[in-house]
Design a protein around this ligand. Structure first.
Ligand code: ADP
Length: 604
């Protein structure tokens, strides 16, 4: 495929600082203003120059080096852009500017502020390096966006959406010998999977066994059905549970996803610790490895390519997809079929309200902006049946300012407790997400405080594992660390006596191994050793349980109850597996298992 500019492979976010150096050139160590042995081409003087520009969430500070008159290094020193979105856009643009030795770059749609911050930051630094006006603003515009140059393409399998379900399906289909294309509407892969914690529930994993945890497929099914109020599609739950271990082995052996061997997490609603955690405790590890594998297998992945319509023939069989790329309508023909893996609709307020008026604009969301239910709408347009659309999950512990899920707040699973504005405990912190979320929004303030001490921090080291997020919360005055409980209460103006009494009562209550007051599940740990932590949290919409009805083969079912030929769906875009409420760690199990199953059946 020919594109105007070489398509950059997606460089996945490190969520921390990143540094890009031009091949074959050494970054210079000279700093701006120092005397330099300037080799001047394009008016640029050798040296390293700093700049700072406002991004979406705060300042983006960067350093640009010039060597032999060319940009030789771009380093983002600090930023607070959205993980998996803004930071990824900045990485892509940095690589593009470096490769082309040009700053005349297009912003990446969906990450305009972060794009402008990096482009203008590099321009600011190069201005200090003596760049001419012409160098900064003229020449051919460079773009990180995939531009397709044909109006029609044909593949065996078309996968819509490059999140966890889509990439799992694409790899599996390619492993089975199919020619595969993945259409992704944003400029990067990953969807909500990328910004998730990546935990995946696997009954019988090597990590469970090594930790002496007894589990079974039956227990997993029982917990999942209980969590979903038993309205789940029991057949589909059975398929997910029975194929979980195989999916895990595939991730480990075929895809080379690395999981932490010393960590197994028990998310709310599970009767035993069951979730294995990828290194980095982020979905990034899985997405990065799936994408690498898909490339190895020759899958074509087109970013900035939005599927808009399913194409059906005279027998109502799906034969392709219309998509939009760079303003052009492109036809993709599918010889075998189409797999819809576009994720949920948590970021589409209008659609949320259509199916459940409670989740209006008052709720922020943890979802990526691309979660707008496109696949559900496209499937419904050709007669697909939708199920459980009213069940929208809210995640209890999110950033009260941005809505983004907090991973530091996963200290809850290690023992942290929730306290309200009156300094009182009010809910079993290990209960279901919907119950905890409703309990929080029922408090006068509509938010709560998560509190923990050293006994809990040392278990999961959440403030270290998620250090960047921790610092952001601290800088936004949403999290405070102190040597005493009194200081924590003072920081948020909570009644000190009430706060300290509640924690002391909790410590005494659980001394006998059970929480008599609120019957908290999971491992109980006291909050008696400093330093202590307090974090302000509130619920955001997180997962949409409803979606396209599928059968155990992953085939899409019509409103009349028939199979729609050649149309499959997998992941959050489908409904039925999670019933009224999805348990933590079950989304990743669902997307990998069902993505693979759809692809296996389609390529059979
Ligand atoms: P899942 O967990 O089910 O895999 P994700 O949210 O991780 O869902 O991924 C869904 C992906 O689908 C996202 O990368 C999103 O940008 C993409 N997507 C959504 N709508 C479209 C569309 N109309 N065309 C192409 N890609 C889409």
């Amino acid at each position: 495929m020919k594109t105007k500019n070489k398509i950059l492979s997606v460089i996945l976010a490190t969520f921390m600082m990143f540094n890009l150096v031009a091949c074959g050139q050494n970054g210079t160590s000279e700093t701006a203003g120092s005397k330099s042995d300037a080799v001047e081409t394009a008016g640029l003087k050798n040296g390293t120059y700093t700049a700072s520009q406002q991004g979406h969430n705060g300042p983006v500070n960067l350093e640009v080096s010039v060597n032999e008159g060319k940009i030789s290094n771009i380093t983002v020193i600090s930023h607070s852009e959205t993980p998996g979105l803004g930071d990824s856009a900045m990485e892509k643009l940095s690589a593009l500017m470096l490769e082309n030795n040009s700053v005349n770059a297009d912003v990446i749609a969906g990450a305009t502020f972060s794009s402008n911050a990096i482009i203008n930051g590099v321009k600011e630094a190069l201005t200090k390096a003596g760049a001419s006006e012409e160098f900064l603003n003229s020449g051919e515009k460079i773009s990180a966006v995939t531009k397709l140059d044909k109006s029609e393409y044909s593949y065996d399998v078309i996968v819509i959406g490059a999140g966890g379900a889509g990439l799992s399906a694409a790899v599996e289909a390619a492993q089975n010998g199919a020619s595969v294309v993945v259409l992704e509407k944003t400029s990067q892969t990953g969807g909500n999977t990328l910004v998730s914690g990546g935990g995946i529930n696997i009954p019988g994993s090597d990590v469970q066994i090594a930790n002496g945890i007894e589990d079974s497929v039956e227990k997993f099914i029982e917990d999942t059905l209980k969590g979903g109020d038993n309205i789940n599609d029991k057949e589909l739950v059975g398929v997910v549970a029975n194929n979980a271990l195989d999916a895990y082995n595939w991730l480990v052996n075929d895809i080379h996803v690395e999981f932490m061997q010393d960590r197994i997490q028990q998310f709310g609603g599970h009767s035993v610790p069951r979730a294995v955690i990828p290194v980095g405790n982020k979905g990034t590890e899985m997405i990065k490895k799936l994408e690498t594998k898909s490339k190895e297998l020759g899958v074509d992945l087109y970013t900035n390519t939005t599927a808009t319509q399913l194409i059906v023939d005279e027998n109502s069989a799906v034969v392709g997809v219309y998509a939009e790329n760079d303003g052009n309508k492109i036809k993709f023909n599918s010889n075998k079929g189409v797999i819809i893996a576009t994720g949920g609709f948590g970021a589409n307020i209008e659609m949320r309200v259509k199916y459940n008026p409670a989740y209006n604009e008052d709720y922020k969301t943890t979802c990526v902006p691309a979660s707008t239910g496109d696949g559900i709408i496209m499937a419904e347009d050709i007669g697909a049946q939708l199920v459980d659309m009213e069940y929208i999950q809210v995640y209890p512990t999110c950033n009260t300012q941005t809505g983004i899920i907090s991973y530091v707040a996963n200290s809850r699973f290690d023992g942290a407790i929730l306290i309200n504005g009156d300094g009182k405990r009010f809910i079993d912190e290990m209960g279901r997400r919907d119950i905890i979320s409703n309990a929080i929004t029922s408090q006068e303030e509509k938010f709560a405080y998560l509190v923990w001490g050293q006994e809990i921090e040392t278990v999961g080291n959440m403030t270290k594992v998620h250090e960047k997020e921790y610092k952001e919360f601290v800088n936004s005055d949403l999290l405070h660390k102190a040597e005493t409980l009194e200081e924590l209460a003072e920081f948020f103006n909570i009644d000190k006596d009430s706060f300290v009494n509640s924690i002391n009562e909790y410590n005494n209550d659980i001394a006998d191994g059970s929480d008599d007051a609120l019957k908290r599940g999971g491992t109980l740990r006291t909050i008696s050793q400093g330093p202590f932590y307090i974090q302000k949290v509130a619920p955001s919409t997180h997962h949409t349980m409803g979606g396209i009805k599928i059968n155990v083969q992953g085939q899409v079912i019509s409103t009349e109850g028939n199979i729609i030929p050649n149309l499959y769906a997998a992941g959050e875009v489908t409904g039925g597996i999670h019933g009224t409420n999805r348990l933590g760690g079950n989304a990743i199990t669902d997307i990998v298992v069902m993505g693979r199953i759809a692809a296996q059946n389609l390529t059979k």
